[in-house]
Design a protein around this ligand. Structure first.
Ligand code: NAD
Ligand code: DAU
Length: 339
């Protein structure tokens, strides 16, 4: 079996590559990644020299490069993680989100049609469903919840989902889609809530909480997400959407306080800053379908996962310190400088 993993030098893609290469040592894995600001080749150090692994630095929007790779590798399965993934950046500059997340996905699917594959899997997000109110804990996102997006990021992901389903219906492309809630764990880029708060707390810097910190996210340890995708590409039905989430809703402020406690840092570091524009209030996934059809259940409890994650950031300071001392500094100043 040969799998092309796009965006494999990013957070979830790299964790997925590690999972697949450990569980299926006879599979060939090709990582196609443009190495944008979010991609980091050093993340893949442990697998770079393995004979059944190949890294290719290309853009998923580059049709010639993508077709050449498909011709060379003749993959069976494509798992598309490649995306611009940060909501705040999409609010500052939407265009690249449309290009990578929509055109890039279509380009990959065109290659799948031209060369033939067994499965194209699109890694999507719960953000395509928009948000839920805080005072209706009974409401959860199911696969039937209408798409109702808030940010340029989520709109670009929803557009890609619609295209994926259209390629299935129109051309019969064997596709599947997963819509997962917020992930956390090793190699999470320090622009996102959990790693940003860990890095800032360790540097005794302010912890910028948007609005009142009451927004709720449904957190899942990254390994559990990878296991769910593994199940979908091997046993999931073609043309289907699967929600992935672990019933772990938490307010942002509670997460930030928990990080302060774990790192023995004072809560006085918490600074309430201007809210995100169009900020989604609450996400909550109903994972009944993937549980019933594929037997998936999350394995890592949040209390354990957050400890493991903090431990990882303590033990891998070089990885994130290199990031926050480079080009990322300009983004941080632009984003938080006058908040
Ligand atoms: P990330 O930003 O950490 O990584 C994205 C990767 O894609 C990077 O390695 C980057 O270099 C690469 N990339 C970007 N544009 C590219 C292009 N044009 N061509 C080739 N490679 C390109 O993202 P992540 O958090 O790992 O998310 C991966 C996927 O999972 C995304 O599609 C995202 O929408 C989805 N998702 C993320 C979460 C989450 O909590 N992080 C939850 C649900 C779904
Ligand atoms: O739900 C899945 C989505 O989760 C993925 O599709 C996205 O790719 C991923 O980035 C993530 O989106 P969020 O916007 O939920 O994640 P983020 O870490 O940016 O923010 C989480 C919450 O924390 C959100 O309510 C905004 C808030 N926040 C974030 C940052 C970066 C803060 O209060 N302060 C911050 O500095």
């Amino acid at each position: 079996m040969k799998i092309i993993v796009t965006g494999g030098a990013g957070f979830i893609g790299s964790n997925f590559i590690f999972h697949i290469m450990k569980k299926y040592p006879d599979y060939g894995v090709v990582c196609l990644d443009k190495l944008t600001y979010a991609g980091n080749l050093s993340t893949l150090e442990a697998v770079l020299n393995k004979p059944n692994f190949r890294f290719v630095k290309e853009d998923i929007c580059d049709r010639t490069a993508v077709y050449k790779l498909f011709e060379e590798e003749k993959p069976d399965v494509i798992v598309n993680f490649a995306a611009e993934s940060h909501v705040d950046r999409s609010i500052l500059e939407p265009e690249v989100f449309l290009k990578t997340n929509i055109i890039g996905t279509a380009t990959l699917m065109d290659a799948c049609l031209k060369y033939g594959i067994r499965r194209f899997h699109q890694v999507s997000t719960d953000e395509v469903y928009g948000d839920l109110p805080l005072d209706r804990p009974d409401l959860l996102f199911t696969e039937e919840t209408p798409l109702h997006t808030s940010s340029p990021y989520s709109s670009s992901k929803a557009s890609a989902d619609l295209l994926v389903l259209a390629y299935h219906r129109t051309y019969g492309l064997p596709v599947s889609i997963s819509r997962c809630s917020n992930n956390y764990g090793p190699y999470h880029f320090p622009e996102k809530l959990i790693p940003l708060m860990i890095a800032n707390a360790l540097n005794d810097k302010p912890l910028p909480v948007y609005g009142k910190g009451e927004n709720v996210r449904d957190w899942l340890y990254v390994e559990d997400h990878c296991k769910a995708i593994d199940l979908i590409i091997h046993k999931g039905r073609e043309g289907e959407v699967y929600n992935i989430g672990g019933h772990n809703e938490m307010k942002n402020i509670d997460i930030v306080k928990m990080i302060c406690r774990e790192l023995k840092k004072p809560e006085s570091l918490i600074t309430y800053v201007a809210d995100r524009k169009g900020h989604d209030m609450r996400y909550a996934i109903d994972p009944t379908k993937i549980h019933k059809e594929l037997g998936w259940l999350p394995e890592t409890k949040f209390a354990e996962g957050i400890k493991k994650t903090i431990e990882w950031y303590l033990e891998n300071r070089k990885w994130w310190q290199t990031i926050i001392s480079g080009e990322y500094k300009n983004y941080y100043e632009k984003m938080y400088g006058n908040k």
